[in-house]
Design a protein around this ligand. Structure first.
Ligand SMILES: Cc1cc2nc3c(=O)[nH]c(=O)nc-3n(C[C@H](O)[C@H](O)[C@H](O)COP(=O)(O)OP(=O)(O)OC[C@H]3O[C@@H](n4cnc5c(N)ncnc54)[C@H](O)[C@@H]3O)c2cc1C
Ligand code: FES
Ligand code: FES
Length: 1361
C-alpha cells in the first residue's frame, strides 16, 4: 500500500489547505479536483500534452522575500512537490462572486470559448504569460490598459494548449489584446467594438491592471518564515513516510542505503514530467524528490562555459543560454521548441538527459548538447565522475542510484564557429516530438595557400530517428575534416551518413527519417560552402532562400519576401459578415451563453459534479486481441491491483436486461454489445469495468489486468476493406437510406474522349479528440430508478439503451446532460456504452458510480471516422467536361452497424457537388474486427467532397490544364443541380455556389496570387508554394425537435430544448430566439428579455423526444421549436396585456407576468416542431482558397493563408457561426494533414494519446485566416432564413490538401520526381492524411542526392543550381 506523505501545506487561490496522510502519488490535479472546490483545471490527457490542467504555481523565497510564478501542468505535478507553494487556478483569478478577470472577459468577448473545456487552461496560460512579461527586466512600461507582453509572445503563450473547437484564431486575438505592440484594429470580431463601424480602443476592453491578483498570500509567507526558523538544518528523517525531500547528496545516500529502497516501488523525481512520456503502470510506494539538493540547482557561468545543475528547468536554461554567445543562443532557441511553456517551466534538463540515457527517448536536449561538446558530472555511490555526454549516453542504462549532478556546455566563442540545430516534427512549436533532430558544430578556417575555406573540425549529432539515444556521425565527421566543401564532398558525406543513420526495427517511416537526416546535413554543410567559397555556390536552404508569403495584401511583391521562417509569421485575420436586424435580437453577434463561466472554470461538466457519498469509480478493461474467446481476467500482483473493489462484466447485467451498449433500431437491427461475451470481436472491445475507490486507482488497476484468450475454432480477424471484400463481410444499407445513381453511366462513358480507369485514393480514420473524454455518473435511486449524468449528444437514445440494458422501463431512467466538453459525433453512440457500464455497476453495487474514461482508453475504444478506399473510373471530353463517373467505394465500418448506414448517402451527397454527367457507384459498408466507426463531424461528407476533388485534379493533370478550369467546367448549373439533388436543390435563386466560386477563383486577386506562386516556385528550390480554390455543397436534413418555454412569476424565463449544448452555441441561439419570440410583448422587440432567459440542462424525463444533437441543424430546429412555444405564449398573453393596458396604460414585462400568474394564465408552452414535408432538407454552399508552403527537404507544410467564403443564410448569430466555420475548418485541416489514427497489425489503436496523435495547435493554423459569411438568398422556408454552420465548413479544409498537391507538383517538376503508379511528375495520388512523411515521399526522398549529383556532374565551380 502507498505510504502516506507527511502533511503538505499549500494555498489554493489564497485559501490554506493542509493535506495530511496523502498518497504520495497524488497529483496536484487530483488533489485540486477531489479535495478542494476547484474545478477549473481539467483532466484532458494526463500526460502534459493538452494544457487543460494548467495552473499557476508561485514559490516564495524567504531569503529574498521574492515570489516567482510559473505555469505548470497540474496533471504531472505531484502534490507533495508543491508543499509551501501557492497555486492559482482560473477560479482564483476571477469568478462569478468576485468578478471576472480581464483574461476571462476578453476570451468571452472575442468569442474564444465554445465547449469551454479548454478555456480555464487557456486562461491560465495567458495569465502566466502576462505575469512573466510583467516581471521581465528592461521592458518599458506599457501604455495604459496594455501589458508588457509582446504580440509574438501572446501568440506563443497558448502554444501547448489544445482546443478542438475554436480553431484558435479568436483565442490568439484575446491574448494579443493585452500586447502593447498590437494594433487593435487587426483583432477580430468581438463584443467590445463594432468592427468597421467603431474605432478599436483599449478603453473599450475590460481593463487590465498588473498585480490585481495576489498570487502568494501573506499567511503562507509567514508560515514559511517561521517553519524555516524551526527546521533550521534538521536532516531528512528516514522514516516510514512516502515522500522524502533530501537536502544534500549525503542525505540522499542515506535514503539509498536504507533497507526499504527498492527500485520498483521507490521513484526518484525531479519534476515528474517524465511520467507524461513514459506512463506509469503501477503505483509507487515512496518518492524521493531531489529538487531540494542545492548542488543540483547551480548555474555557473565563466569564460569556459556554462554549468547547469541537473534540476534547472528547461525554461530557466533557456533564460540563461539566451544571454550567451551564438552557440548558447541557438541551443536556447531549440529548447524553446521542446514540449510547451507549462512543461518547460518545471521539466528539468537533468530529467531529460537521464531519460535519454536510460530509455529509447527522442530527446532534443541530448542531441543539441551532444553537438555542443557538453560534459556531465554524475555521482555513482560515493564516486563523482565527469564524462562527455557522448560517453554517458553510450554507457549501459544507469541504475536508479546514479545521480546526474550537472551539465557543462563549453563556450565556443564565435571565431570560425558555425552551429545549427534542426528538428522536424508534426508541429513546429506546439508540443511535438521530432521525427529526427540534429545539431551540428563546425570550425572553419581559410587555407592561406589556396584561399579556400576548410572544415577544421566538425561535430554532427543526430537523434530521435529510431535510435536509443543521440549519436555522433563519426565517420562523416572524419570524412569532412580538412575538406573544403563542394557538392561532391557533400554527396559523399550524404552517402556515408546513410550508412550511419539507421532507424531501429519498428521505427515508423524509416526511409523518411533517413532522408531528414540527409536534408539536415545538406542544409548545414552547404551553408558552410556558401560562407566559405564564393566560387562554389550551392543552392542551400539556410540563409540563401527566401520564403516569403503573399500574406494578406494587395501590395504583395516578391521583394517583400521576408528572410524569416514562415512558421514565425504572425497570425492575421479578417472577418466579413452581414448583420441583419429583421429578427433582433436574433442575428446579433452576442457572446456565448456562459462563456465567462466556462473561462473561470465554474461551468459544471459531468466530472465536475461533486462526488455523491460512497461514489465508486470505474475504468474499462478492453481486449487487446481482435478475435478471441475471453477465458478469464486476472490481475498482476501489484500495488495498483490491490485497489480493485470488484470487476463488472456481462455476467452482472441484471436479469431481464440485455448486453447492449448501443443500437439505433431505425437504421437496422445492429446493436453493439456492452461487454465482450464470450468472444472479444476486436482489439479495444470492452470486457469489463474495474471498480475502485478513486478514479486514479481504477485507471491504474485496469492497467494491471491480464486477460486470458483462446482463438480456438475462431476465424482469423477481418481488419481491412480488402479482407472484408474477400470474405463478403458487409452491412446492408436500408433502401430508404441508399443514395441513388444519376443517368446512364455506360452512355456517359461512350461519350468521353478520355478515360481514367480504376484509379485509387484512400482516406484514413480520424479521432474526435473532444477535450473532455467520455464520462458518465450513475446514481441509483428508489424503486429501480436511476439517474445518469452523461456527456452525451443523444440523451434520449442513451435513456432507452440504458433501460434495455438494465431491463427496466424508460421512465425509470433519467439522463441529464448540462453541457458536453466537445462532441463532434463521438459523444453519440460510444457515449452510451459508458453510461450503460456505469448504470450496470451502480445497479449491482447500489453505489453511485462514475467513469471518466482516460484519454488512451477513449482513443482505443471510440472508433472515429470511417476509413475509405475509393476506386474510380471517369470519362471526360477534351475540354474537361466530365461525362461519367463510376465509384467503387469501400468503407470500413468496424464491428457494429452503429450509424454506418448513413455514411453512403452522405459521401455521395457531397461528391455530387460536380456534374459528373452520369454517376454510378457500388458502395460496400464493410464489417471488420475493428472498433465500430461512428459519425464524426461531416461524416462521409468530408470524404465524398475530397474524393470529388481527387478525381477533378486527376482529370486536370491528365489534360495538363489548370485544376480550377476543370472545377468550373463541371460545377452544376441549377438544372443539373436539381437532377442530382432533387428537392434539396430548393429554389434556383438560392444556388449561390457558382457565383461564390467565380468571385474567388476568377478574381484578379486570385490570378495575381497564382502568378506569385509560380514566380516563387521558379526562384526557390527547397520551398514550394501551392494555391487552390475548392467549392463545397452540403445537404442537411431537418428533424423534428421539441422545445419548451416557461415564464416564472418574476418574469425570468426557463427554456428547455431537445438539443444539447456541445459547444456549438445552441443555447446562445435559443436564448436569442426566446427573447425574439416573446419580444412581441415588449416594445424593444425582446432585447430586454435576453438577460432573463436561462436554458436548462437536457433531462429526458422533462423533455421527451429530444432526438439527436448532430447533423448541423439541431440549433435551428431547437430555435424553431422555441419560437413556436413563444408564439403560443404570446397568443395567450397578448390579449391579457391589451386588456391590462386598456385599464392601466403601458405594462412592463415583469408586471405583465406577475398579473398573468395571478390570473392563472398558463405560462408554460411546449412545441414539437416537425419540418414541412415539402422542405425537409436544403443545400449549403461554400468555397475556400488556401495557399501553402511546402518544405521540400522535410515535408513540412505551412498554411500561409486561407480565405473561406461560406453562405450562412441569415445568420442566427454571426459570432457563433463564424466560430463554427473556423473551428470546423481547422478540424478539417487536422484530418487532411496531420492526424494519423494509426493501428497495429491487430487493428489496435496505437496512436493513443497527445504524444502520437497531433491535432492542430495555434502554430499550425493559417498564418492569415480570412472568413466571409454571406447571405446569398433569403429563403423563408428555412428557420428564420438561416443556414447550418456546424459541419459543412469542415469540407473547405480540402483546399489545403489541394494546395499542398500543387506545391508538391512544383517540387516534383523541379527535381523530375516520377514516383507512383502513373510514373509521372505531374500525376500522383495523395491520400489522406498527407502527413510530413507522405509529403516528403511525394516530393522525393532523394532530392538532395539528385540535386548534388546534378551539380557535381556540372563541375565543381558551376554548382549553383
Ligand atoms: C508533453 C511533453 C512534451 C515533451 N516534449 C519533449 C520534446 O519535444 N523534446 C524533448 O527532448 N523532451 C520532451 N519532453 C521531455 C521533457 O523534457 C522531460 O519530461 C523532462 O525534461 C524531464 O524532467 P523532469 O524533471 O520532469 O524529470 P522526472 O520526470 O522527474 O524524471 C525523469 C527520470 O529521470 C530521473 N531523474 C531526474 N533527474 C535526475 C537526476 N538529476 N539524476 C538521476 N536521475 C534523475 C527520474 O528518476 C526519472 O526516472 C516532453 C515532456 C512532456 C511531458
Ligand atoms: S491534462 Fe494535463 S496537460 Fe492534459
Ligand atoms: S472550446 Fe476549446 S476545446 Fe472546446
Amino acid at each position: 500500500m502507498g505510504k502516506a506523505a507527511e502533511t503538505v501545506v499549500l494555498a489554493v487561490n489564497g485559501q490554506r489547505y493542509e493535506a495530511a496522510g496523502v498518497d504520495p502519488s497524488t497529483t496536484l490535479l487530483e488533489f485540486l479536483r477531489t479535495q478542494t472546490p476547484v474545478r477549473g483545471p481539467k483532466l484532458g490527457c494526463g500526460e502534459g500534452g493538452c494544457g487543460a490542467c494548467v495552473i499557476l504555481v508561485s514559490k516564495y523565497d524567504p531569503a529574498t522575500d521574492e515570489v516567482t510564478e510559473f505555469s505548470a501542468s497540474s496533471c504531472l505535478t505531484l502534490l507533495c512537490s508543491v508543499d509551501r507553494c501557492s497555486v492559482t487556478t482560473s477560479e482564483g483569478i476571477g469568478n462569478t462572486r468576485d468578478g471576472y478577470h480581464p483574461v476571462q472577459q476578453r476570451l468571452s468577448g472575442f468569442h474564444a470559448s465554445q465547449c469551454g473545456f479548454c478555456t480555464p487552461g487557456m486562461c491560465m496560460s495567458i495569465f502566466s504569460a502576462l505575469v512573466k512579461a510583467e516581471k521581465a527586466a528592461n521592458r518599458p512600461a506599457p501604455p495604459a490598459g496594455f501589458s508588457k507582453l509582446t504580440a509574438s509572445e501572446a501568440e506563443r503563450a497558448v502554444s501547448g494548449n489544445l482546443c478542438r473547437c475554436t480553431g484558435y484564431r479568436p483565442i490568439v486575438d484575446a491574448c494579443k489584446s493585452f500586447a502593447a505592440d498590437v494594433d487593435l484594429e487587426d483583432l477580430g470580431l468581438n463584443c467590445f467594438w463594432k468592427k468597421g463601424d467603431e474605432p478599436a480602443d483599449v478603453s473599450k476592453l475590460p481593463g487590465y491592471n498588473t498585480g490585481a491578483v495576489c498570487t502568494f498570500p501573506e499567511f503562507l509567507k509567514s508560515e514559511i518564515k517561521s517553519s524555516l526558523q524551526q527546521a533550521n538544518g534538521a536532516p531528512v528523517a528516514v522514516n516510514d513516510v512516502g515522500w522524502y525531500h533530501p537536502k544534500s547528496i549525503e542525505e540522499l545516500h542515506r535514503l539509498f542505503d536504507s533497507n526499504w529502497f527498492h527500485e520498483s516501488s521507490v521513484k526518484i523525481v525531479a519534476s515528474n514530467t517524465g511520467s507524461g512520456v513514459y506512463k506509469e503502470h503501477d503505483l509507487y510506494d515512496r518518492y524521493i524528490d531531489i529538487k531540494g539538493i542545492p548542488e543540483l540547482s547551480v548555474i555557473n557561468r565563466n569564460s569556459k562555459g556554462i554549468e547547469l545543475g541537473s534540476v534547472v528547468s528547461i525554461s530557466k536554461a533557456i533564460e540563461v543560454l539566451s544571454d550567451g554567445n551564438m552557440v548558447f543562443r541557438k541551443i536556447a532557441n531549440h529548447l524553446n521548441k521542446v514540449a510547451s511553456p507549462f512543461v518547460r517551466n518545471t521539466a528539468t534538463i537533468g530529467g531529460n538527459i537521464i531519460m535519454a540515457q536510460r530509455l529509447p527517448f527522442a530527446s532534443d536536449i541530448a542531441t543539441v548538447l551532444l553537438a555542443a561538446g557538453s560534459t556531465v558530472t554524475i555521482q555513482v555511490a560515493s564516486k563523482r565522475l565527469c564524462l562527455t555526454l557522448e560517453e554517458f549516453l553510450q554507457q549501459p542504462p544507469c541504475d536508479s542510484r546514479t545521480l546526474l549532478l550537472s551539465i557543462f556546455i563549453p563556450d565556443w566563442g564565435s571565431d570560425g564557429i558555425t552551429f545549427e540545430t534542426f528538428r522536424a516534427a508534426p508541429r513546429p512549436f506546439g508540443n511535438a516530438v521530432s521525427y529526427v533532430n540534429s545539431a551540428f558544430l563546425a570550425r572553419t578556417s581559410v587555407d592561406e595557400a589556396s584561399g579556400e575555406h576548410l572544415i577544421d573540425d566538425i561535430c554532427l549529432a543526430f537523434g530521435a530517428y529510431g535510435v536509443d539515444h543521440a549519436i555522433r556521425a563519426r565517420k562523416v565527421e572524419d570524412y569532412l575534416k580538412g575538406k573544403s566543401v563542394s557538392s561532391s564532398v557533400i554527396l559523399e558525406a550524404v552517402r556515408l551518413l546513410k550508412n550511419t543513420v539507421s532507424p531501429s526495427e519498428g521505427a515508423t517511416h524509416p526511409e523518411y527519417r533517413i532522408s531528414l537526416a540527409v536534408s539536415f546535413l545538406f542544409s548545414f554543410v552547404s551553408s558552410l560552402a556558401n560562407s566559405s567559397s564564393a566560387s562554389a555556390k550551392i543552392d542551400t536552404p539556410i540563409g540563401s532562400y527566401t520564403n516569403g508569403t503573399t500574406n494578406g495584401s494587395t501590395e504583395y511583391s516578391l521583394e517583400k519576401h521576408l528572410k524569416v521562417d514562415s512558421n514565425d509569421l504572425p497570425i492575421r485575420s479578417r472577418q466579413e459578415m452581414v448583420f441583419t436586424e429583421e429578427y433582433k435580437p436574433v442575428g446579433k453577434p452576442i457572446k456565448k451563453v456562459g462563456a465567462e463561466l466556462q473561462a473561470s472554470g465554474e461551468a459544471v461538466y459531468v466530472d465536475d459534479i461533486p462526488a455523491p457519498k460512497d461514489c465508486l469509480y470505474g475504468a474499462f478493461i478492453y481486449s487487446t486481441h481482435p478475435h478471441a474467446h475471453v477465458k478469464g481476467i486476472k490481475f498482476k500482483s501489484s500495488l495498483a491491483s490491490q485497489k480493485v473493489v470488484t470487476v463488472i462484466t456481462a455476467k452482472d447485467i441484471p436479469s431481464g436486461g440485455e448486453n447492449v451498449g448501443s443500437g439505433f433500431l431505425m437504421l437496422g437491427d445492429g446493436d453493439e454489445v456492452l461487454f465482450a461475451d464470450p468472444v472479444a470481436e476486436f482489439a479495444g472491445q470492452n470486457i469489463g469495468v474495474v471498480i475502485a475507490e478513486t478514479q486514479k486507482y481504477a485507471y491504474m488497476a485496469a492497467k494491471q489486468a491480464v486477460i486470458e484468450y483462446s482463438t480456438e475454432s475462431l476465424q482469423p480477424p477481418i481488419l481491412t476493406i480488402e479482407d472484408a471484400i474477400q470474405h463478403n463481410s458487409y452491412f446492408q444499407t436500408p433502401p430508404f437510406l441508399a443514395p441513388k445513381p444519376v443517368g446512364d453511366y455506360n452512355k456517359g462513358m461512350s461519350e468521353a474522349d478520355h478515360k481514367i480507369l480504376s484509379a485509387e485514393v484512400k482516406l484514413e480514420s480520424q479521432y474526435y479528440f473532444y477535450m473532455e473524454t467520455q464520462v458518465a455518473l450513475a446514481i441509483p435511486d428508489e424503486d429501480n430508478c436511476i439517474t445518469i449524468y452523461s456527456s452525451t449528444q443523444i440523451p434520449e437514445l442513451t435513456q432507452s439503451v440504458v433501460a434495455r440494458c438494465l431491463g427496466i422501463p424508460c421512465h425509470n431512467v433519467r439522463v441529464i446532460t448540462r453541457r458536453v466538453g466537445g462532441g463532434f459525433g463521438g459523444k453519440a453512440m460510444k457515449g452510451i456504452h459508458v453510461a450503460c457500464a456505469c448504470a450496470v455497476a451502480a445497479f449491482k453495487l447500489r453505489h453511485p458510480v462514475r467513469m471518466y474514461v482516460d484519454r488512451k482508453t477513449d482513443m482505443i475504444i471510440t472508433g472515429g471516422r470511417h476509413p475509405m478506399k475509393a476506386k474510380y473510373s471517369v470519362g471526360f471530353k477534351s475540354d474537361g467536361k466530365i461525362t461519367a463517373l463510376h465509384l467503387d467505394l469501400g468503407l470500413n465500418a468496424g464491428i457494429a452497424l452503429d450509424l454506418s448506414p448513413l455514411i453512403p448517402a452522405h459521401t455521395i451527397g457531397t461528391l455530387k457537388k460536380y456534374n459528373w454527367g452520369a454517376l454510378a457507384f457500388d458502395i460496400k459498408v464493410c464489417k471488420t474486427n475493428l472498433s465500430s466507426k461512428s459519425t464524426m463531424r461531416a461524416p462521409g461528407d468530408v470524404q465524398g467532397s475530397f474524393i470529388a476533388e481527387a478525381i477533378i485534379e486527376h482529370v486536370a493533370s491528365a489534360l495538363s490544364v489548370d485544376t480550377n478550369t476543370i472545377r468550373r467546367k463541371n460545377l452544376h448549373d441549377f438544372e443539373s443541380l436539381a437532377v442530382f439533388y432533387g428537392e434539396s436543390a430548393g429554389e434556383a435563386s438560392t444556388y449561390s455556389l457558382v457565383s461564390m466560386f467565380d468571385n474567388l477563383a476568377s478574381s484578379p486577386d486570385y490570378q495575381r496570387r497564382a502568378a506569385m506562386v509560380e514566380h516563387f516556385n521558379s526562384s526557390n528550390k527547397w520551398k514550394k508554394h501551392g494555391i487552390s480554390c475548392v467549392p463545397i455543397t452540403y445537404e442537411v436534413q431537418l428533424r423534428p425537435t421539441p422545445g419548451k418555454v416557461s415564464i416564472m412569476n418574476d418574469g425570468s424565463i426557463a427554456v428547455e430544448v431537445g438539443g444539447v449544448e456541445i459547444g456549438q452555441g445552441l443555447w446562445t441561439k435559443v436564448k436569442q430566439t426566446a427573447a425574439f419570440g416573446l419580444g412581441h410583448l415588449c416594445p424593444d422587440g425582446g432585447e430586454c428579455l435576453l438577460d432573463k432567459v436561462r436554458i436548462v440542462q437536457a433531462d429526458t424525463l422533462s423533455m421527451i423526444q429530444g432526438g439527436f444533437t448532430g447533423g448541423s441543424t439541431t440549433s435551428e430546429t431547437s430555435c424553431e421549436a422555441v419560437r413556436q412555444s413563444c408564439a403560443a405564449l404570446v397568443e395567450r398573453l397578448k390579449p391579457f396585456k391589451e386588456s391590462l393596458e386598456a385599464k392601466a396604460g403601458t405594462v412592463e414585462w415583469s408586471a405583465l407576468i406577475a398579473q398573468a400568474s395571478i390570473a392563472s394564465v398558463n405560462l408554460s408552452a411546449q412545441a414539437y416542431w416537425t419540418p414541412d414535408p415539402t422542405f425537409k432538407s436544403y443545400l449549403n454552399y461554400g468555397a475556400a482558397i488556401s495557399e501553402v508552403e511546402v518544405d521540400v527537404l522535410t515535408g513540412a507544410t505551412t498554411i500561409l493563408r486561407s480565405d473561406l467564403v461560406y453562405d450562412c443564410g441569415q445568420s442566427l448569430n454571426p459570432a457563433v457561426d463564424l466560430g463554427q466555420v473556423e473551428g470546423a475548418f481547422v478540424q478539417g485541416v487536422g484530418f487532411f494533414t496531420n492526424e494519423e489514427y494509426a493501428t497495429n497489425s491487430d487493428g489496435m489503436v496505437i496512436h493513443d494519446g497527445t504524444w502520437t496523435y497531433k491535432i492542430p495547435t495555434v502554430d499550425t493554423i493559417p498564418k492569415q485566416f480570412n472568413v466571409q459569411l454571406i447571405n446569398s438568398a433569403p429563403d423563408k422556408k428555412r428557420v428564420l432564413s438561416s443556414k447550418a454552420s456546424g459541419e459543412p465548413p469542415l469540407l473547405l479544409a480540402s483546399s489545403v490538401h489541394c494546395a499542398m498537391r500543387e506545391a508538391i507538383r512544383a517540387a516534383r517538376k523541379e527535381f523530375s520526381v516520377c514516383t507512383g503508379p502513373a510514373n509521372s511528375a505531374m500525376t500522383f495520388q495523395m491520400d489522406v492524411p498527407a502527413t510530413m512523411p507522405v509529403v516528403k515521399e511525394l516530393c522525393g526522398l532523394d532530392v538532395v542526392e539528385r540535386y548534388l549529383e546534378s551539380v557535381s556532374a556540372a563541375g565543381p565551380t558551376t554548382a549553383k543550381a
